[in-house]
Design a protein around this ligand. Structure first.
Ligand code: NFE
Ligand code: MG
Length: 572
């Protein structure tokens, strides 16, 4: 048996450590540890509930905006404020464009190099790459000269002896399967995606003032003025500009991202059988036409899939959510075995045990700054795959068509979704689906404005004296990495308790009081490892979840934290 640690896992947000035992060339047991603590839930205590979103949004800069939305929703739920339809449309536009932007960045900049060997691309024939690219897509940047240019840039980097943004990969690893030309196409699109993402996120600058962290949220709606005839408001000229940005966004998704995901998926068919993990999936659902309460209009339905049974979607009741800390560096006043609903949750990092042993974690005891969220006591995966499975099982036409068409192209059955590559494919499919809604939401906003409906905020509940003296609320949101919930308790206008349970907290959770491993820990079991000192295969499955530990734990060990990633192997 060999024990591996990767710390920190790079090409993610935040600080994640993975330890795994490898037996007979496969992972037999794994542990995921969040090695940072932030405590935003403590920071908002005692503050005016109307400003919670400003603080909460700082939980993360990758899934920017999402915590602002979950936070204002929680406060709106508590105080009874109802955003008007235009505010919901603007929120959908901000959130939907963030989701597509984030998924493209994840695929190219955080995950592609687990599948794409950059050094192999140096051997590519640009003319062959050009004809291959033209056979799979209409993307206009596909000439021999274009690929020759990318190759020259790459060769310049390699000849300088420094691979810069491509340094420290496991280049030449036997698990890489793409041809040199396929690798060159992917590297070219990696570079193009850097420019694309900078351009399209100007949607947030228009609707939110800036990115990251749009500044136009308000409890009860948005602070974005609408007026077709005013230069100071969202007007006809800005709507036209947004339309052009959405077109740029759509073109890249359709002509580059989706064909590249198919290219990678076709080259790695065995990865539709690896990395499944937990068989339970949870969604809060979202992207409706009206208020959060209008669940019937959700683009992604709310629900639970248990034991991979796609014949029925069970109801999701947030009252059944708890967080446990038996294996996390926290203590609950109610004891180590307690499972607390977020309305009763505690974020007291008053861990008083021995200093965590960083050479190898004490995985038999507490080993992570993440809590362990559970639904009805059960481990749940959240995220694009959960959304795809719940929507597929619920028979949502857009999702069924899109999933079935992709499965047909790849020649695989729906069970193939339950895998490392299934997560990658689900992310691409939902990008296409959300993309197709974004233009409709913008058209609807434009129509409302032209019909004279300029309402953007419900101010009836702005004054805290109109609130009950004590109130509590739940703010759900479906965000790139999965189901996000904020729970707030308000006493006399200020926050008395605040809890966020974040997608990566669900997926990267440690074991719980019953010893059940979290989704990453389950998904890694069975992963083949050709070379324990270069555990590329582990990264494939971990990255397929798109980890964000900054979100998940909402102290980094200064002695260990300053180093570059260490991969340690202990053969015992
Ligand atoms: Ni920091 Fe996040 C998303 C949230 S996390 S990236 O998407 O909420 O798990
Ligand atoms: Mg939390």
């Amino acid at each position: 048996m060999t024990r591996i640690k990767i710390d920190p896992v790079t090409r993610i947000e935040g600080h994640l450590r993975i330890e795994a035992e490898v037996t007979g060339g496969k992972v037999s047991e794994a542990w995921a540890s969040g090695t940072m603590f932030r405590g935003i839930e403590k920071i908002v205590e005692g503050r005016d509930a109307r400003e919670a979103w400003i603080w909460a949004q700082r939980i993360c800069g990758v899934c920017t905006t999402v915590h602002a939305i979950a936070s204002v929703r929680a406060v709106e739920d508590a105080v009874g404020a109802t955003p008007p339809p235009n505010a919901e449309l603007v929120r959908n536009l901000i959130a939907g464009s963030q989701l597509v932007h984030d998924h493209v960045i994840h695929f190219y900049h955080l995950h592609a190099l687990d599948w794409v060997d950059v050094v192999s691309a140096l051997k590519a024939n640009p003319a062959k790459a050009s004809s291959l690219a033209q056979s799979i897509s209409d993307y206009p940047l596909s000439s021999t000269a274009y690929f020759q240019g990318v190759l020259t840039r790459l060769k310049t980097l390699a000849d300088s002896g420094q691979l810069s943004l491509f340094a420290s990969g496991y280049w030449g690893h036997p698990a890489y399967q793409l041809t040199a030309e396929e690798n060159l196409i992917a590297v070219a699109h990696y570079l193009d995606a850097l420019e694309w993402q900078r351009d399209v996120i100007r949607i947030h600058a228009v609707l939110g003032g800036k990115n990251p962290h749009p500044q136009t949220f308000v409890v009860g709606g948005m602070a974005t003025p609408l007026d077709p005839n005013s230069p100071q408001a969202i007007n006809e000229e800005r709507i036209t500009f947004l339309r052009s940005l959405l077109k740029t966004m759509r073109t890249f998704v359709e002509q580059v991202y989706l064909p590249d995901v198919l290219l990678v998926a076709s080259a790695y068919p065995e990865w539709t059988k690896i990395g499944g993990g937990t068989r339970n999936f949870l969604t809060y659902g979202g992207y409706g036409k009206g208020s959060v309460a209008d669940t019937a209009s959700y683009l992604f339905p709310r629900g639970i899939i248990r034991d991979l049974d796609l014949t029925r979607v069970l109801p999701m009741d947030q009252a059944k959510i708890t967080e446990q800390v038996a294996r996390s560096w926290y203590t609950y006043p109610q004891g180590n075995q307690a499972a607390l609903h977020p309305y009763k949750g505690e974020t007291d990092a008053n861990y008083t045990g021995p200093k965590p042993p960083y050479q190898w974690l004490n995985t038999g005891d507490k080993y992570s700054w993440l809590k362990a969220p559970r639904y009805d006591g059960q481990v749940m995966e959240v995220g694009p795959l959960a959304r795809a499975l719940v929507a597929y099982a619920a028979g949502v036409p857009a999702v069924k068509q899109s999933v079935d068409a992709t499965l047909k192209k790849l020649g695989v059955a729906p069970a193939a979704l339950y895998s490392t590559l299934g997560r990658v494919a689900a992310r691409a499919l939902e990008s296409e689906i959300v993309m197709s809604q974004l233009e409709g939401w913008l058209d609807e906003l434009d129509r409302n404005m032209n019909a004279g409906d300029l309402r953007i905020a419900d101010t009836a509940k702005w004054d805290p004296s109109s609130w009950p003296s004590s109130a509590r609320g739940f703010g759900p949101h479906e965000v790139p990495r999965g189901s996000l919930g904020h729970w707030v308790e308000i006493s006399d206008g200020t926050i008395s308790r605040y809890q966020a349970v974040v997608p990566t907290t669900w997926n990267a959770s440690p074991r719980d009081a019953q010893g059940q491993p979290g989704p990453y820990e389950q998904a890694l079991v069975g992963t083949p490892v050709a070379d324990p000192s270069r555990p590329l295969e582990l990264l494939r499955t971990v990255h397929s979840f798109d980890p964000c530990l900054a979100c998940a734990v909402h102290v980094l060990d200064a002695e260990d934290g300053g180093q570059r990633t260490t991969v340690s192997v202990d053969t015992g």
